[in-house]
Design a protein around this ligand. Structure first.
Ligand code: PGA
Length: 249
C-alpha cells in the first residue's frame, strides 16, 4: 500500500515570521492526518520552520539543491547543507526551475542521485507543456523525462523517489487536469518504471499530481487509483485551505 503524501510548495513566498505563524495555524488542523504532510519552504525559512515543526507531524522540504557538495557555486545550496540542518525532503526539477533557471534532465538526474545518497527524500517534477499535450506528445514527454531522471539508479533508490506529475499548463493557472487524464498519465509513468525496474518497484513508487490542486478538487484527484497525493502551490499558502486538502477524506 502506497502512503499518500501531500506537499505544499510555497515557491518564493513567506518570510520566517509568516512561516512560523502558518505552522502554528496548520499543526493542530492536521495532527490526525494519515497522510505525510510536507511543507517545501524557501531556504531562508528552513531553519525557523524546522524548529517550529518539532512535536508536530509536519515535515520540512527545500525547493531545490545543488548536486555538488561544496565549491565555487555562488548562490547555491548543497544537499549536505540541507541535510545538516535536518531538512527531510527536497523538490528537484520543478518546471519553473527548468523554464527559468536552466534545469535540464541531466541536472535533475545528478541532483536526484545526490539527494538519495544523502538520505534526503526527493520529489522529482515532470510534466508536459500545453503544446505537447495538444499535439499528442504528452506520453512521450513524460516517459522520457521519467527515464532520464532515473537513469543509473538502482531499484531500491527508485523506490525511495517520489515523482510529481505536474502538467505545466495546469500550474498556477486554475486549470486542473481532469482526474482521468492525470491518472492515465501517472499510469504511463508507472508503466515506464515497470519496463525498466519491474512491477514491484513501479507499484511502490509514490507519484503525486500537481497543478491547481485545491480543496474543491483534492478528493476527486487523490481517490484515483494511481494518484498518491499532491504537490500544491498556490493553495498551500493558506493554512486553512491546505488543511482542507490534507484532510480531503
Ligand atoms: P499550483 O502549483 O498548485 O499553484 O498550480 C503547483 C506547483 O507548482 O507545484
Amino acid at each position: 500500500m502506497r502512503k499518500k503524501v501531500i506537499a505544499g510548495n510555497w515557491k518564493m513566498n513567506k518570510l520566517p515570521n509568516e512561516a512560523m505563524n502558518f505552522i502554528s495555524e496548520l499543526a493542530p488542523l492536521v495532527k490526525s492526518a494519515e497522510n505525510e504532510v510536507v511543507l517545501c519552504v524557501p531556504y531562508t525559512d528552513l531553519f525557523y520552520s524546522l524548529l517550529h515543526v518539532q512535536d508536530t507531524n509536519i515535515k520540512i522540504g527545500a525547493q531545490n539543491m545543488h548536486y555538488e557538495e561544496s565549491g565555487a557555486y555562488t548562490g547555491e545550496i548543497s544537499g549536505e547543507m540541507l541535510k545538516s540542518i535536518g531538512v527531510e525532503y527536497v523538490i528537484i526539477g520543478h518546471s519553473e526551475r527548468r523554464a527559468y533557471f536552466g534545469e535540464t534532465d541531466e541536472t535533475v538526474n545528478k541532483k536526484l542521485k545526490k539527494a538519495l545518497s544523502l538520505g534526503l527524500k526527493p520529489i522529482v517534477c515532470i510534466g508536459e507543456s500545453l503544446e505537447q499535450r495538444e499535439s499528442g506528445e504528452a506520453k512521450d514527454i513524460v516517459t522520457m523525462q521519467t527515464k532520464l531522471a532515473l537513469e543509473g539508479l538502482e531499484s531500491d533508490a527508485v523506490e525511495k523517489t517520489i515523482i510529481a506529475y505536474e502538467p505545466i499548463w495546469a500550474i498556477g493557472t486554475g486549470k486542473t487536469a481532469t482526474k482521468e487524464d492525470a491518472n492515465e498519465t501517472i499510469k504511463w509513468i508507472r508503466e515506464e518504471i515497470e519496463k525498466i525496474y519491474g512491477k514491484k518497484v513501479s507499484d511502490s513508487v509514490i507519484i503525486l499530481y500537481g497543478g491547481s490542486v485545491k480543496s474543491s478538487n483534492a478528493k476527486d484527484l487523490f481517490e484515483m487509483s494511481d494518484i498518491d497525493g499532491g504537490l500544491v502551490g498556490g493553495a498551500s499558502l493558506d493554512a486553512q485551505e491546505l488543511a482542507k486538502i490534507i484532510n480531503y477524506k
